[in-house]
Design a protein around this ligand. Structure first.
Ligand code: UD1
Length: 416
């Protein structure tokens, strides 16, 4: 199994271009199922999750041509509207095929995702929404079996803000009869990027980016060319790493408007940040100050940046409270950070992080995607060598992390 070996103690310095957003690319790839015309998506990040989504679509019969960061998908012939357990279990976002499949083909069989390292993560709101739109849904042998002659628009209130739930129902509603109103919808930038792609395909959507999205169903969607937005979590991870190592880093092609919550907290930690157009410059002259954060749906502080901020706080001056409100079990990285000498107490859904002068390298294990990113940041600041095991989690969501950090001066290598 591959590992990352990091020699800590170098300041990150230089320039790096932000890759396309994983969490926008996945629903946008699934959206190809809504049309019989070819869809060309560019700025697609080269990640394992993207490869899994492509494999899943191919398995259904979608013709796919992939060249570097561009993917052309043709879902004219879909042999079987079926998402098998062996692929869904490796990537929960496979559930994003459910809405498009039932909307266009009137039937779908998608495996239930099952448990997850960061919490229970049910998909009940996806199912309730489709049921409200007239789908008949049965759970059979671990599969969601959905059927509908044609979905019907309706008003759907989601009692919890769900990103993929909003995306699934928004996609399904595009081909429904009549108007669907999604209330308490997710406002994440990735939902907006998907909506823009769907609108370019001929969908009639209003209100994306607010918590009420209105979709007037149409009878068919067309092909499209769409460039995926840049990844705000990857950008935030690079910025947090730069701040932790007291570095000086420039991000190009960055999603500046969607980084407000993260940049605000980094400024509070003492970083100087200049952001204009699609460039963000961060410099950190001194030891970071502890910053407390509380995760919340967008535009709040993203749960996908929580672990990286715990890592930053482990070497900060002072004590920080990091509260996780979205997922119930998202502190798996804390145990591993302690192995590097971090001083962290867990009190309910809050991590109390007491900043240390230094961490010391050790062997640690990645447990989920963003937890892995926090271990990379801690490894970059720790004295000596840190070896991170099970980095397949990192490869799900960060494109060539070792070479990109290497360009910024990190001493980091992939080892077998
Ligand atoms: C998406 C992101 C993930 C991010 C998360 C929260 C993708 C592919 N993944 O995941 O990186 O961490 O948003 O920003 O975009 N919930 C329910 N019932 C449902 C659905 C969700 O109770 O039917 C709950 C979840 O358990 C969780 C909360 O809602 O507590 C938010 O989860 P959700 O926004 O759905 O996360 P994902 O869309 O899976």
């Amino acid at each position: 199994m591959q590992k990352l070996s990091i020699q800590g103690g170098t300041r990150l310095a230089g320039e790096v271009r932000v890759a396309g957003a994983k969490n926008a690319a996945l629903p946008i790839l699934a959206a190809c199922l809504l049309t019989a015309a070819p869809v060309r998506i560019s700025n697609v990040p080269q990640l394992n999750d993207v490869r899994t989504m492509v494999k899943l679509l191919q398995r259904m019969g979608v013709a796919v041509e992939a060249h570097a960061h561009a993917v052309t998908l043709d879902a004219r012939h879909v042999a079987e509207p079926f998402a098998p357990y062996d692929l869904v279990k490796t990537m929960r976002a496979s559930i994003l095929t459910l809405g498009p499949l039932v909307a266009r083909f009137g039937e779908a069989r998608v495996s239930l995702p099952g448990g997850c390292a960061i919490g229970e993560r049910p998909v009940d709101l996806h199912i309730k929404g489709l049921t409200a739109m007239g789908a008949e849904i049965a759970i059979e042998s671990g599969y969601i079996h959905a059927k509908a002659r044609r979905l019907e628009g309706t008003r759907i209130f989601m009692d919890t803000v769900t990103v993929t739930g909003t995306e699934n129902l928004m996609m399904a509603a595009c081909l429904a009869q009549g108007t669907t109103v999604l209330e308490n919808a997710a406002r994440e930038p990735e939902v907006i990027d998907l909506a823009r792609c769907l609108v370019a395909m001929g969908a009639k959507i209003r209100g994306h980016g607010s918590d009420v999205i209105t979709i007037e169903g149409v009878s068919a969607l067309f092909g499209v060319e769409h460039a995926v937005m840049p990844d705000r979590i990857e950008a935030g991870t690079f910025l947090a790493a730069a701040a932790a190592t007291r570095g000086e880093v420039t991000l190009t092609g960055a999603p500046v408007e969607s980084l407000d919550a993260v940049m605000e907290k980094l400024r509070e930690a003492g970083a100087r940040i200049e952001a204009a157009d699609s460039t963000v410059r961060l410099s950190m002259a001194a030891r970071p100050k502890a910053v407390s954060v509380r995760t919340a749906p967008h535009p709040g502080f993203p749960t996908d940046m929580q672990a990286q901020f715990i890592a930053l706080n482990t070497v900060a001056e002072g004590t920080a409270l990091v509260t996780e409100t979205i997922f119930e079990n998202r502190f798996m990285h804390v145990q591993e950070l302690r192995r590097l000498g971090a001083h962290i107490d867990i009190q309910g859904n809050t991590a109390v992080v007491h900043g240390m002068e230094a961490l010391a390298g050790a062997t640690v294990m990645a447990t989920d995607l963003r937890a892995s990113a926090s271990l990379v940041i801690a490894g970059l600041v720790a004295d000596g060598t840190t070896v991170i095991d099970r980095i397949y989690h990192l490869d799900r969501g960060y494109e060539h992390i070792e070479s990109r950090l290497g360009e910024l001066g990190a001493r980091i290598a992939r080892v077998a």
